[in-house]
Write a protein of this length. Structure first.
Length: 427
């Protein structure tokens, strides 16, 4: 595949910061109506909750688990953001992710603010009953800091529909029993929305489709690499194959990846990984370490694991022409500058992986109305919002000769800042 001509030129004199959450500062300085005092509000957090949660394990031992919920900004609506369970969770990570959620909800123009939460433990070291007790304790200790019109958690890393069911049930015990809207990503039988499980991956697929249209690139002739084969990565891969006729040449997990330039059977790989929790032994592929995998030959790279995986070293060596951020903040600030220098198309996570929060919004609306939509209706509504958001970002990037990332932050910042100003100085 030849080097693509970007729809926007290289940024001149752009300022990137070590943390993705600080990237917006370089954009805010260019927005005429954002002064120093408003910038302080945009860069501050309304509430940070840090807890040590005691957990009685099945063998009777007692441990404590660090837990967090950070609420960044609610100028445009209730706080919204997932909570994850991972041994690397800390306050700085949760702050960054809460910040990103504020801009993400604004870019796709759904009426939420930004929040995030997490439990700092490896969930694979817990039994199912231990995990349930931990999630319920987390919910109980958050108390009135969450609620259908206050803060609405959702699934994230190592959390899912079952986790949300426990969260809802625990909240309902001490609050209104009809409070389905306290969390999204619930099972269908407990007020969940059709299409929610695949929503983030579907949103990535829509953004990739629109980018390929603009670049006049035939995805069926290219090679797509998916880093991370959890909920986002699997559904993105499946939909790229089924709906865009693309070719997935590699998928990976935390233990390594598999690669075949002729293409990989996504469903077979998913079935194998689900059964074995590893790709070791999967036939007719080249097995790679995580580091080797990110440098494999491809035209499209979809990083869908944890933040920070696309380092300057990867950015310097990858030959991917299009990067779709399926994860939150996978491209570091330094790597982003390198990719811009190389004139690569990078669709930022606050746009590319916003499908999840869009369908979470749909679930919340359905819960409040107690009126539910079909899978087809959800997908059609999601497509309309994601495509519109992509077009707004693309058009601004062309008009102002800035990157897609800078354009997305500009749109998000302006919407949040305007909401703050309209609500008045007492906000």
């Amino acid at each position: 595949m030849p080097t693509m001509s970007l729809p926007i030129p290289k940024i001149e004199g752009s300022a990137c910061f070590d943390a993705e959450s600080c990237f917006f500062l370089s954009v805010a300085q260019k927005v005429s109506f954002i002064d120093e005092n408003l910038l302080k509000v945009l860069n501050s957090f309304r509430r940070e909750i840090c807890m040590d949660i005691p957990l009685r394990k099945d063998d009777g031992t007692l441990i404590t688990v660090k837990a967090y919920r950070v609420q960044h900004n609610n100028a445009r609506g209730p706080y919204k953001g997932g909570f994850r369970i991972h041994q690397q969770v800390d306050l700085d990570e949760v702050r960054m992710l809460a910040n990103l959620m504020t801009w993400k909800t604004a870019v796709v123009n759904v009426p939420f603010g930004g929040a995030k939460g997490g439990l700092s433990i490896d969930p694979h070291t817990l039994t199912k009953t231990e995990l349930e007790r931990l999630v319920r304790a987390y919910t109980y200790n958050l108390g009135d800091n969450v609620g259908p019109h206050t803060d609405i958690p959702a699934p994230d890393v190592n959390t899912g529909a079952q986790t949300m069911a426990w969260f809802y049930d625990e909240y309902a015990k001490s609050h209104s029993t009809d409070a389905y809207g306290v969390v999204t990503g619930k099972p269908i039988a407990l007020g969940g929305s059709e299409g929610r499980e695949e929503a983030t991956g579907r949103g990535c697929m829509y953004v990739l489709r629109e980018a390929c249209k603009d670049l006049k690139f035939d995805l069926s002739q290219g090679k797509t690499l998916i880093e991370g084969f959890g909920n986002v990565g699997y559904h993105a891969a499946r939909l790229i194959v089924n709906e865009l006729k693309g070719k997935i040449v590699g998928v990976s997990c935390s233990k390594g990846g598999i690669y075949n330039p002729k293409g990989i059977d996504v469903e077979a790989a998913h079935k194998y990984y689900t059964e074995h929790k590893t790709f070791k032994g999967f036939p007719n592929v080249e097995h790679m370490t995580c580091e080797e995998f990110l440098l494999a030959d491809c035209d499209v790279l979809v990083p869908s694991a944890l933040e920070g995986s696309i380092t300057p070293q990867v950015a310097n060596k990858t030959n991917a022409q299009i990067i779709i951020e399926g994860a939150n903040g996978p491209v570091t600030a330094q790597a982003n500058e390198i990719l811009m220098d190389k004139r690569r198309v990078v669709a930022p996570g606050i746009l590319a992986n916003a499908g999840g929060v869009v369908v979470s919004y749909f679930e919340w609306v359905q819960n409040l109305q107690q009126f539910y939509w079909s899978h087809e209706e959800v997908n059609n509504k999601l497509e309309k919002i994601i495509v519109s958001a992509y077009e707004n970002v693309r058009d601004l990037s062309r008009k102002n000769k800035i990157s897609l990332r800078q354009a997305a932050y500009t749109i998000g910042l302006e919407r949040v800042a305007k909401a703050i100003l309209l609500r008045g100085t007492g906000f």
